[in-house]
Design a protein around this ligand. Structure first.
Ligand SMILES: *[C@@H]1O[C@H](CO)[C@@H](O)[C@H](O)[C@H]1NC(C)=O
Ligand SMILES: *[C@@H]1O[C@H](CO)[C@@H](O)[C@H](O)[C@H]1NC(C)=O
Ligand SMILES: *[C@@H]1O[C@H](CO)[C@@H](O)[C@H](O)[C@H]1NC(C)=O
Ligand SMILES: *[C@@H]1O[C@H](CO)[C@@H](O)[C@H](O)[C@H]1NC(C)=O
Length: 449
């Protein structure tokens, strides 16, 4: 390449240099476009009609020649203006990266050039987000093969439900790296609930609420949330805690409508008996004589269960979403640990580790039956042998007990408590019932003969 005789650039001749830059730029752009076109055509080919080995060879040849072009350009450009070199190299590198990330849809999956075949990227081709792909693509460990992990790459996962919400995902991944994240809590939660869980990590800073206020110290924090400064209210109808507290009086429909009023019903939950199926925390703890120390409250609203347990020296993690209210912030303000996750996800605890799993209202007949069975098995997995599953106010239609009771009994737990009572709040004609159960996981299963 080159129009004049080799390397005798006249550095003082600005015009000639700028012409040369233009020529190189043009050349790079043309090469790139040809390659990209070729890559697209490779991707769309129909496998059966073609010889797979041949296609890979062709692709490899292209990549080789492309690399040669880039390195020639690099050498030539070394002597030219730095800014232009960066411009061209950045652009060629970006396109090269894309080319390497593209799945090979035809032929042998083993790419001899060592690009990582990542099936995850296949669905993200289209509306493209480099930031997203950079997060999820497998990455080589800088110190090479790890003897402890038995691998030389790591992968950052995102939920496969992301694949069904590409538009939202692309929106979510639009931000300035190192800047402030968009105010998009509602979008993030929509993705989570849609099975895009875990969400992709982002390289932007989560917004800090205006006028942030420190929480109260313990023990005061447990029963009084501080001012409204710990929350970004954009995603919620209410804009302060007073509004949330008053929701119950205004008879608005909301998840856990009375949970923010810490002087109301929350005060009595699990310490004095409410309805016929309720147990108190003290009754429950008494069954295990001090060995209930750590546990999980699934769908724990504003964290009152965890607070009541904390008062008794037991550490409870509360999973909760922010369904039109800042539940997670509120739980944290009370000095107990919120875990922001849906109930669809595998519980992030190891097998046989927790002393107790509690869940009130959340596990009920609104959950698809087979999904509920997966959840019960997952709860069983994380409970330690002898641990307690407190299914609190599970509700369903009376006739559905024929499905749910055998499902629970299938776990082979010891029934420490078992209460069924009519649930009348929506009218007796609905034939709804509450079931509360305190079940103890067996200490032995499938004992080897
Ligand atoms: C910030 O919060 C404090 C305490 O809640 C309050 O007194 C103050 O008026 C707030 N300032 C602004 C600008 O909202
Ligand atoms: C709280 O929000 C409600 C409506 O959302 C508003 O009417 C009220 O003035 C607010 N209260 C305070 C103390 O900011
Ligand atoms: C309960 O634990 C205490 C002290 O750890 C022990 O003295 C007592 O015997 C235990 N009671 C039962 C019923 O296991
Ligand atoms: C559950 O208990 C029944 C009856 O005691 C027994 O036949 C069955 O093998 C047990 N299943 C498991 C998984 O322990």
């Amino acid at each position: 390449m080159g129009t004049d005789n080799g390397k005798d650039y006249d550095m003082s001749n600005d015009r000639r240099i700028s012409q040369r830059i233009q020529f190189l730029f043009l050349c790079a752009v043309v090469c790139i476009n040809v390659l990209v076109l070729y890559a697209f055509s490779l991707q769309q080919c129909n496998c059966p009609a073609q010889d797979p080995g041949k296609i890979i060879d062709t692709r490899d040849e292209i990549l080789t020649s492309y690399e040669r072009v880039i390195s020639e350009l690099k050498t030539e450009l070394k002597t030219l203006h730095q800014g232009t070199e960066r411009l061209i190299l950045d652009r060629t590198q970006a396109i090269y990266d894309e080319l390497m990330a593209r799945p090979i849809t035809c032929g042998n999956k083993e790419d001899r050039r060592g690009s990582v075949h990542d099936p995850f990227l296949e669905w993200s081709v289209g509306e493209r987000s480099r930031e997203f792909e950079q997060l999820v693509e497998p990455k080589k460990l800088p110190l090479g093969y790890s003897l402890t992990m038995f691998r030389d790459t790591v992968i950052s996962p995102v939920g496969h439900g992301c694949a069904t919400m590409k538009a939202e995902l692309n929106e979510y991944m639009k931000y300035k790296i190192g800047g402030e994240c968009p105010d998009d809590e509602a979008l993030a939660q929509k993705l989570l609930i849609g099975g895009c869980e875990p969400l992709p990590r982002r390289r932007c800073f989560a917004r800090i609420p205006n006028n942030y206020t420190e929480p109260y110290p313990l023990p005061d924090a447990m029963w009084s949330a501080t001012g409204d400064g710990g929350v970004i209210w954009t995603a919620h109808t209410c804009k302060n805690f007073t509004c949330l507290k008053n929701r119950v009086k205004e008879k608005v429909f909301a998840d856990c409508v009375d949970c923010f009023d810490l002087d109301g019903r929350e005060r009595n939950r699990w310490v004095s008996l409410g309805i016929a199926v309720d147990f108190t925390v003290d009754e429950v703890l008494a069954y295990k004589n001090g060995t209930i120390r750590i546990g999980l409250d699934l769908g724990g609203g504003t964290g009152t269960f965890a607070v009541r347990m904390k008062e008794r020296g037991v550490t409870i993690i509360t999973t909760t979403l922010n369904l039109n209210a800042p539940f997670n912030n509120f739980v944290a303000l009370r000095g107990v640990v919120p875990l922001y996750m849906t109930i669809s996800q595998r519980l992030p605890f190891f097998d046989n580790t927790l002393d107790i799993v509690h869940s009130m209202h959340v596990l009920s007949n609104w959950i698809p039956t087979d999904m509920l069975e997966f959840i019960f098995y997952d709860i069983d997995r994380i409970l330690r042998p002898g641990g307690l599953f407190w299914l609190d106010r599970f509700f369903c239609v009376k006739s559905q007990l024929a499905t749910y009771v055998p499902m629970l009994e299938n776990l082979n737990y010891t029934k420490l408590r078992w209460q069924v009572a009519d649930k009348l709040d929506r009218g007796p004609e609905l034939q709804e019932v509450y079931v509360s159960a305190l079940l103890m996981k067996p200490t032995q299963r499938f004992s080897s003969e």
